[in-house]
Design a protein around this ligand. Structure first.
Ligand code: ADA
Length: 559
């Protein structure tokens, strides 16, 4: 199940979960050896979806690896093969033919082909190598998992099928002036056909000529709606259809109607200030890595809600679409980001890096823009924002995000240093965003306190609210010291409580997301050389066992 609801009732669909033939290719010989035509006989079997790095045999493996899976089609016709996530550089062959290249482990891509009935062979080369052009970069502070980490879905569709459904709207009280754009892809002849949209209890149908290629059809609706809000997350079904009889294709989405705006002190949802209270959450677990089962996603959200929190920053990449469905349903606010973690001008200037970044951002927005839970798009994390080259890139990314969607745009900056080496005012990227996401660790990596950090940001950017997107302290699960020393659960607990109290006392701080939800596996190449190669700043450990910090946050936020 890759969504929480059935995304189509007309398509014959098969999810290719389960074992695929698998082998790593450390010398990168597979292309020359023609694995896509003749897959080696002696291979391992590896389950999809899963990163290979959760298996002891491939625990540290970084590089290319090959997957092969055969599937059968009962009848011939147009077939859509959707890859929800392949980390990070994917190349796909279908029946020996090269059909797709995709870069970005966290956004989807698809192959559409006219296939005969019978057996077909899918070969995927997945490569998680980090180098001077990769996103994420080498040394990023999380495990660069490799493999087919999200579902591969094979669907039989009519030649003309619904490729995408987008909903844009303006709200006025309980009225929504909505435009639903149905993108139709036609692999067959030009023809006139019915296209329809149902939203809530309204339906609109009209005849339209769909030419080969892509056609967009817009429908206008004046709707009476219950707004989506964290307290009352009302969702509506959107059903788009094209064609009739056995050529009918249907695609479903969910939409929630809410407005988001930013003032100089607050973030408003439906005109009311919201206090963002949440965590940063990596898609991580010792057994599953990025490929989290529904039960774990639910468990995490339950722990977050039980602590009185209402928000998640998907540090540092687009999360699984089903996780966003859960956030929509539960009324959790989401800050979603692409993995531009600590980039500088030099890195952005390398061949294809900026194009990759733009594609990731565009794909994230296209995939997730109907989720009401997504509050803002975050462009970058802790880049060298004092550099003009980074500011130029940020301006381009911000423009792209604004052109595609009307949500606020933000980025996480760490231009703070207590000894004055860095100043928020040196940040040339923050002028491009609607609100400031601030990452700072005074009292952990450096001396200082949060009251001072908050004040210095405000001094330099008096007209933008601040969300404290990263603050925290490492605590090894089970480490208790009477004097609350560093790395103990007690140190982390008081650190978090003090910081949160400071943020909540400050009227231009719109909220916070604790670094981080759970302990996560990091990268042995990260320059900080973390204990046990884990980032231990979780308020629960990697198996979701609460630390003292979790309990103290519960006390603080639920009293
Ligand atoms: C940074 C970074 C996080 C994590 C954190 C930490 O702010 O954005 O990914 O590395 O620091 O734990 O130091």
């Amino acid at each position: 199940m890759h969504r929480l609801f059935n995304p189509s009732t007309t398509r014959r669909r098969r999810i290719l979960d389960g074992p695929w033939d698998f082998l790593t290719d450390p010398e990168d010989d597979g292309r020359d050896a023609g694995y896509y035509e003749t897959f080696p006989d002696e291979t391992d079997r590896f389950d999809v979806p899963a990163p290979w790095n959760v298996d002891p045999d491939y625990y540290e493996y970084e590089g290319p690896a090959w997957y092969r899976r055969r599937f059968e089609l009962p009848q011939s016709g147009t077939t859509r093969i959707a890859f929800e996530g392949v980390c990070h550089d994917a190349t796909v062959w279908l029946d020996g033919e090269h059909v797709a290249d995709h870069y970005c482990g966290h956004t989807p891509f698809e192959v559409v082909a006219d296939l005969a009935a019978g057996e077909h062979e899918l070969v995927v080369r997945a490569d998680n190598t980090r180098d001077e052009r990769s996103i994420p970069k080498p040394g990023a502070d999380w495990r660069p998992y490799g493999g087919i980490t999200r579902e591969v879905v094979v669907e039989s569709v009519p030649a003309a099928f619904v490729d995408d459904v987008a909903v844009d709207y303006e709200l006025d009280g309980d009225r929504a002036d909505a435009t639903v754009t149905v993108a139709i892809r036609n692999e067959g002849e030009s023809r006139e056909t019915d296209v329809s949209v149902a939203i809530g209890d309204r339906t609109s149908t009209r005849a339209h000529t769909v030419d080969p290629g892509r056609t967009e059809v817009e429908f206008e609706f004046d709707l009476s709606v219950d707004r989506w809000s964290p307290a009352d997350p009302t969702l509506y079904d959107v059903v788009a259809e094209v064609g009739e009889g056995d050529r009918r294709d249907e695609r479903r989405e969910k939409v929630g109607f809410r407005s988001v705006a930013v003032t100089d002190t607050a973030i408003l949802v439906n005109g009311e200030p919201v206090e963002i209270m949440g965590v940063n959450r990596h898609e991580d677990h010792p057994e599953w890595g990025h490929a989290q089962p529904l039960r774990l996603q639910e468990l995490d959200l339950g722990l977050i809600e039980d602590a009185g929190m209402n928000a998640i920053r998907t540090a540092h990449y687009p999360n699984h679409p089903r996780f966003l469905d859960l956030c929509d349903r539960r009324g959790i606010l989401v800050l979603e980001e692409i993995p531009l973690w600590q980039f500088d001008t030099e890195r952005f200037e390398r061949e294809s890096v900026l194009d990759r970044a733009k594609t990731m951002l565009a794909e994230m927005i296209e995939r997730d823009r109907t989720h009401p839970s997504v509050l803002a798009w975050s462009l970058t994390n802790e880049c060298e924002n004092q550099e003009q080259g980074v500011a130029d890139v940020t301006a381009k990314l911000a423009a792209l995000a604004r052109e595609r969607d009307d949500r606020p745009v933000t980025l996480a900056s760490n231009r703070y240093h207590p000894n004055g080496q860095k100043r928020w005012g040196d940040d040339r990227c923050l002028p491009h965003v609607d609100f400031i996401c601030a990452n700072a660790y005074p009292g952990w990596y450096e001396p200082g306190d949060y009251a001072n950090v908050v004040a210095t940001i405000r001094e330099d950017f008096p007209e933008k609210p601040i969300v404290f997107t990263e603050f925290g302290a490492g605590a090894v699960y089970g480490e208790h010291t009477r004097e609350a020393q560093k790395w103990s659960e007690e140190y982390q607990a008081s650190f978090l409580v003090d910081a949160i109290e400071t943020f909540r006392e400050t009227d231009y701080v719109a909220g916070f997301t604790i670094w981080q939800f759970c302990d996560t596996r990091t990268d042995s190449r990260n320059f900080l050389k973390r204990p046990k190669v884990k980032n231990n700043k979780g308020i629960v450990d990697e198996y979701r066992r609460p630390k003292e910090g979790y309990h103290r946050v519960v006390d603080l936020l639920t009293d």
